[in-house]
Write a protein that binds this ligand. Structure first.
Ligand SMILES: Nc1ncnc2[nH]cnc12
Ligand SMILES: [Zn+2]
Length: 351
């Protein structure tokens, strides 16, 4: 809850989330429940943060960088073993997202982080897919699953993962591919082969770029990976020519304000190029990234932006509509969400 008079409006505004890692919605309390259920020993003797959910949450307030966070992220997901664990993780997120006004959620997952530790690819996808189906039926939240390649593993591992996922990508069970994990020292061009193959097969492509890395990585992801969306992209404002191109192409930048703050990519939310993007016509959505680690789900991110930038209802309408239009759902679903956005604007238009 924020102090803005726009809070009820922000709560009601229909949302599309495009940048949320399912493994990043693993709360310390679910982590400890799963660790106990699956007889996984957490490394409390090596790192006392793993002593209890409370000590872990406390540690999450002191991340020093993306890599510092990723260490906890990868250790913690080691408690996800069975299909039911993956299903529960995703279902809990969808329920929470619904309560924040999410009507459509496109969620990331990292298959390699699970197959590398001996979990079957099918276990992961089946569990997540069950939760997606349930979210559509019981919550009326439409969903898309996007699988990411992790940059910290050798690029050669990518082919095997792609081959496993190929039937799902081609059939549409998976909506597309992404690229995430440790950014610095891992330029996007290294993944050009697999992205080229995906493009030939008509598979949608996005990538994390310009989170900790420079604007040059965004340019590379556009030229070498031919991405259709940019995840984070906060360094885009450092390259005005590139920013103009992204605005002209109406490419969506999926921003994650609280994540950027907690991982020290910026010192305060007000440093993010939200005003620049609005003034330059760059389309963007606002997302939670890893909500269980950054103490904020999507509405908290909307509130943080409102507190820092004091946007108008008209500006929020533009953001809401850009996020619908930049979604990978079909036209009829977009129309239905846009109708709900219009209804919310009618109701709150003169706040
Ligand atoms: N913020 C982030 N950046 C890169 N990879 C991630 N994986 C999960 N969260 C991430
Ligand atoms: Zn991310």
């Amino acid at each position: 809850m924020c102090n803005s008079p726009l809070h009820p409006f922000l709560q009601s505004l229909p949302k599309c989330e495009h940048h949320m890692h399912l493994e990043g919605s693993l709360s310390p309390s679910l982590l400890f429940t799963l660790a106990s259920r699956n007889k996984i020993t957490l490394p409390a003797s090596a790192d006392s943060a793993f002593t209890s959910p409370e000590t872990l949450l406390d540690r999450y307030t002191r991340f020093t960088s993306l890599d510092d966070f990723l260490r906890y992220y990868y250790i913690s997901m080691g408690c996800l073993i069975y299909e039911a664990d993956f299903e529960q993780l995703a279902w809990d997120y969808f329920v929470r997202a619904k309560s924040d006004g999410v009507m459509h959620a496109e969620v990331f997952f990292d298959p390699q982080a699970h197959t590398e530790r001996g979990i079957d690819y099918e276990t992961v996808v089946n569990g997540f897919e069950k939760a997606c189906k349930r979210a559509e039926q019981e919550l009326e939240v439409t969903t898309k699953l996007i699988m990411c390649f992790v940059r910290h593993l050798p690029v050669e591992h990518t082919n095997e993962t792609y081959i496993q996922a190929e039937p799902h990508l081609v059939s549409g069970r998976l909506a597309g591919i992404g690229l995430d994990s440790s950014e610095e020292g891992h330029p996007p061009r290294k993944w050009h082969e697999v992205y080229g193959k995906a493009k030939k097969q008509g598979i949608r492509r996005t990538a994390h770029a310009g989170e900790e890395g420079p604007a040059e990585y965004i340019r590379e992801a556009l030229t070498h990976l031919d991405i259709e969306r940019i995840d984070h992209g906060i360094r885009l404002a450092d390259d005005k020519e590139l920013m103009r191109e992204v605005a002209e192409r109406k490419m969506l930048v999926t921003m994650c304000p609280l994540s950027n703050l907690k991982l020290r990519c910026v010192k305060e939310i007000g440093e993010l190029p939200i005003r620049t993007f609005l003034d330059s016509g760059v389309s963007f959505s606002i997302n939670s990234d890893d909500p269980a680690y950054f103490s904020g789900y999507i509405l908290d991110n909307y509130c943080a932006v409102q507190e820092a930038f004091g946007l108008t209802v008209q500006e929020w309408e533009n953001i809401a509509k850009a996020s619908v239009n930049g979604s990978w759902c079909d036209g009829s679903r977009k129309d239905a969400i846009l109708k709900e956005v219009d209804a919310t604007i009618m109701k709150f238009g003169n706040v």
